[in-house]
Ligand binder design. Structure first.
Ligand SMILES: NC(=O)c1ccc[n+]([C@@H]2O[C@H](COP(=O)([O-])OP(=O)(O)OC[C@H]3O[C@@H](n4cnc5c(N)ncnc54)[C@H](OP(=O)(O)O)[C@@H]3O)[C@@H](O)[C@H]2O)c1
Length: 336
């Protein structure tokens, strides 16, 4: 099969012919139609931190068609249209992932390939209202946003929610989920155009986090937030403490803007704030996330669709932070 291989010297991605994955009895073999990019892959390309004696095929998100099922798989059939849960080996404690936990894409073969063989427990029917390209945008970002908002954020429909850096893939899922669930949602972005686009997706208002007075501008619009979903951290995080309502929850899953500095402890304890870290999600949360997307007919926001041979340019776009939504890679049109 053809696959996008990580060149472990240059940390660029290259299309190569590699062996087709083997199928164990609990696996299904999926012919991938589309995949999508996530920021953690960009961190790996920049940090140059993946090493292996064999080919590294990255990619956490994928949607495709089942080509073959292992002998122990009963509920899936050849021809089924499916998406993949990239949260592997979460384990039995729903609060936290196990020691064996990994995100699909390393060391396990990921979705930047024509085929993937994966245990059937990670394979779910594709929501019918989504194209393959839309479905491939869902898994990692949708799961992260679902757990952040509902499990860790303890969402209630009367809540006022703030989502920072709305151009991000996971941030936009959080916006869709919160709006579909009846919340009043405000956003931040470093780009005025993205703020305008987010208003079209149901945000009530937004401010530019590059403006000096961005948090004061938000407090002019609303009397604080019950839930704040943040994937940037950095110096802006200090402001989130001020923006949270007493008893509020701040949920953090990223580090795009770097380390957090100068948090005011008094504000945290006096306002009885909860700061929750969150990452990915468990199997039950993945199922609930897919059910929400299907029942509310939610469409992921797609920024752009690239061919497999354009994948390095697609990552360059993510690196420049130009995207609004998910960057999708077509996996059914490999050309060298
Ligand atoms: N822990 C997990 O399970 C998990 C899962 C998914 C993602 N993440 C992390 O979450 C972050 C976002 O991931 P993603 O895949 O959604 O990335 P992405 O699509 O590349 O989005 C990154 C976004 O960060 C925003 N941003 C940049 N600087 C900011 C700042 N100073 N303040 C606020 N927002 C800022 C930008 O929003 P604007 O363009 O609107 O300014 C940008 O669109 C990354 O750090 C990633 O590693 C973690």
């Amino acid at each position: 099969m053809k696959a996008i291989i990580l060149n472990q010297k240059t940390y660029k991605l290259e299309i190569k012919d590699v062996g087709q994955p083997t199928l164990s009895k609990s696996d299904v073999l999926i012919r991938l139609k589309a995949s999508s990019l996530n920021h953690h892959e960009l961190w790996s390309l920049k940090d140059m931190d993946l090493k292996s004696d064999s080919n590294i095929i990255m990619g956490s998100d994928g949607a495709g068609i089942i080509e073959e099922v292992g002998s122990a798989v009963n509920h899936l059939r050849k021809g089924d249209e499916v998406i993949i849960n990239p949260s592997i080996n979460w384990g039995s404690d729903e609060r936290v992932q196990s020691q064996k936990y990994e995100i699909l894409g390393f060391p396990k073969q990921g979705t930047f390939a024509e085929y993937i063989s994966i245990d059937h427990q990670y394979v779910y029917p594709k929501p019918e209202h989504l194209s393959f390209e839309e479905a491939a945008a869902v898994p990692l970002a949708g799961l992260t946003a679902y757990r952040a908002l509902f499990t860790r954020g303890e969402f209630e429909s009367k809540n006022t929610v703030l989502i920072t850096g709305i151009g991000g893939g996971a941030a936009l899922f959080a916006l869709s989920f919160a709006v579909a669930s009846g919340a009043e949602v405000y956003i931040t972005s470093g780009n005025q155009n993205k703020i305008s686009k987010a208003l079209n997706f149901g945000a009530k208002g937004g401010v530019n986090y590059k403006d000096d007075n961005w948090s004061a501008e938000l407090l002019d619009k609303v009397n604080g937030f019950d839930i704040i979903i943040d994937s940037a951290a950095g110096i802006g995080f200090t402001e989130l403490i001020e923006l949270a309502k007493p008893g509020g929850r701040i949920v953090l899953f990223g580090r795009t803007a770097g380390n957090i500095l100068n948090l005011n402890p008094k504000t945290i304890f006096w306002k009885q704030l909860s700061i929750h870290g969150t990452s990915m999600g468990n199997n039950e949360e993945f199922k609930k996330m897919i059910n929400l997307i299907s029942s509310q007919k939610i469409h992921p926001v797609i920024d752009s669709v690239y061919s497999a041979q354009e994948i390095n340019s697609a990552f360059d776009k993510m690196d420049r932070g130009e995207q609004f939504g998910k960057i999708v890679i077509k996996m059914d049109e490999f050309m060298t």
